[in-house]
Design a protein around this ligand. Structure first.
Ligand SMILES: [Zn+2]
Ligand SMILES: [Zn+2]
Length: 550
């Protein structure tokens, strides 16, 4: 029989985040990445969103390994939840697996086998041979993957940009990608995040030069907020601090942790004595202070948010201070970031951010870089990955510009699979690939009904009505009312008394036989409360009748 390989995206095709792609050959599966997504406003109270693993775990022992392209949460964040259900070996570059190890310890998964791999290692797993290839990105030690399969070589770029002057000197491996192109690539899966941006994505080194121009004239404190995973950006800030004879305090748990891990592994060089404890920095004159902080996305309890609100324990931001938000604002976070920028300006600080200054470059390839990747690898088939539908579509159109006809480009979303033989490729549907919600210890137990309740509670508030009945259906006590989020009780006691009376009247209209029907009784309470509140306030709170028996 002709060999057949299936590419099965469980997440990341149709959204930014949740990246996970399965490769299937016969009874064997491997996964590329296992990421999470942070929930938007439409998912109140949800901590994380993770992919639906059911296809990967349907057949016991079918999933042979997970290969990680880099250490961002949208690529590694769902791993603990997968590993709790199946102890699969995990492969990734040294920095990536070090970040994963820390995460697994937090989830009591210390016994999972993690394999550190380097570019050009070849790892054989069942019918697959996986070779990591160096790419540049906004976290150090990122790789793409060349995966030899029974139908040919599949190249997955991971998240990448083509940085000609990367900070660590680890150039993207143009030669390897082009050699693969010479040998023949059957499918290319490539990062679509920045497909809307013309030209090339600038080098990380250029941000360093731009930041130096900001550091040089600064006379007050400098506060830089960036992603804790952006090791190279952090490196540049540390070097600049040393160069301008400043000291740096690290703020934020993830910032401290990542700097420690990256320095231990040699991905980060700490200039002598430049990093000092927070208390020590606070004693120095502002002109010698650099604060390197998380909170660039407006996270409400971050050090940056506290400083913007004037509530930080050690630092009061004021006139003469320079705050640099050296990061992109992730869509959905604009409002919270705005609030922080306004707060900082109000305190007299100068604020630089992506819209008003060159203080950040992206970690993703722009149009010309993406075309170059297509031209280097010259794939038979192309699948845009890592993007919302508009990004995937844009990337498909870009591929058309470099000559890939529509029969060779597959615009797929999660839930579909690409079946590839040596001579053909077709999309099939019907793969379970939903979004699984994680809230505290619960994985997948919060569904649409619970979310709808949370929205209602948030929007309309709740009124609880308790009554106590005896066995004959006579009211022994109550109704007693409690409300949250509807009216301010202390100022509205008279109103609540009226409401209590209205409920009481409605109950008195029922005879004791009717009152023994719990359902009817609850309905009567609900409609009495709703009618009253609607007439007085035009609001529709959740009404919760509590019927107790004496
Ligand atoms: Zn990434
Ligand atoms: Zn990503």
């Amino acid at each position: 029989m002709e060999p057949l390989v299936r590419l099965i995206p469980l997440g990341g095709l149709g959204e930014i985040g949740l990246n996970m792609m399965l490769l299937e050959s016969g009874d064997d599966l491997i996964a590329v990445d296992c990421g999470l997504m942070f929930p938007g406003d439409d998912l109140p109270g949800i901590d994380y969103v993770i992919p639906d693993f059911s296809y990967a775990l349907a057949k016991p022992d079918a999933l042979r390994a997970v290969f990680l392209t880099h250490g961002h949460e949208d690529h590694i964040g769902a791993l603990p939840y997968l590993l709790k259900r199946a102890r699969v070996p995990v492969y990734g570059s040294p920095l990536t697996v070090a970040l994963v190890a820390e995460k697994l310890r937090e989830h009591d998964l210390g016994d999972v086998t993690l394999h550190a791999i380097r570019p050009h290692d070849r790892i054989e797993v069942g019918p697959f041979t996986v070779e990591p290839l160096r790419v540049t990105h906004s976290i150090a030690d990122g790789v793409g993957l060349a995966i030899s399969t029974p139908v040919g070589v599949i190249v997955h770029t991971g998240d990448f940009k083509l940085d000609p002057t990367p900070l660590d000197g680890e150039l993207p491996d143009y030669d390897a990608f082009s050699a693969l192109g010479d040998q023949g690539v059957i499918v290319l899966c490539s990062d679509s995040t920045n497909v809307d941006r013309p030209g090339h994505t600038p080098s990380e080194s250029e941000v360093g030069l731009a930041l130096a121009e900001r550091f040089a004239p600064a006379r007050g404190r400098i506060i830089v907020a960036t992603f804790a995973s952006h090791i190279h950006r952090i490196q540049q800030i540390l070097r600049l601090a040393a160069r301008f004879e400043r000291r740096v305090a690290l703020l934020g748990r993830s910032m401290e942790r990542n700097v420690r891990i990256a320095a231990d592994l040699g991905y980060l060089t700490l200039p002598d004595d430049v990093v000092v404890p927070l208390e020590e920095l606070a004693e120095m004159p502002p002109a010698r202070q650099v604060i390197l902080s998380t909170g660039s996305q407006g996270e409400p309890n971050s050090a940056l948010a506290l400083m913007a609100a004037g509530e930080h324990k050690y630092f009061e931001v004021g006139r003469g201070d320079l705050v640099i938000l050296s990061s992109r604002v992730i869509p959905g976070n604009e409002r919270t970031v705005s609030r922080i920028i306004n707060g900082l300006y109000r305190r007299g600080a100068e604020v630089l951010y992506e819209d008003n200054a060159f203080v950040h470059v992206s970690g993703h390839a722009s149009q010309e870089d993406l075309k170059l990747m297509l031209n280097l690898t010259r794939p038979r088939y192309f699948v845009p990955v890592h993007g919302e539908y508009r990004h995937l579509l844009g990337h498909a159109r870009l591929a058309a510009e470099v000559g890939l006809g529509p029969d060779r480009v597959f615009l797929m979303e999660d839930g579909a699979a690409l079946e590839v033989t040596k001579s053909a490729a077709t999309v099939v549907g019907g793969i379970p690939a939903g979004r699984v919600l994680v809230d505290g210890k619960g994985v997948g137990d919060v569904g649409p009904v619970v979310l709808r309740d949370r929205e209602l509670l948030a929007e309309e508030g709740i009124i609880a009505v308790a009554i106590v009945l005896d066995a004959k259906g006579e009211i022994v006590s109550g109704p007693t009312l409690a409300s949250r989020g509807v009216v301010y009780v202390k100022e509205n006691e008279a109103l609540l008394d009226e409401l209590r009376l209205a409920v009481r009247r409605a109950l008195d209209e029922m005879d004791s036989v009717e009152r023994r029907d719990r359902e009817a009784l609850s309905d009567r309470i609900r409609s009495a409360v709703r009618r009253f509140v609607n007439q007085r306030f035009q609001r529709k709170p959740v009404v919760l009748p509590l019927i107790l028996e004496a």
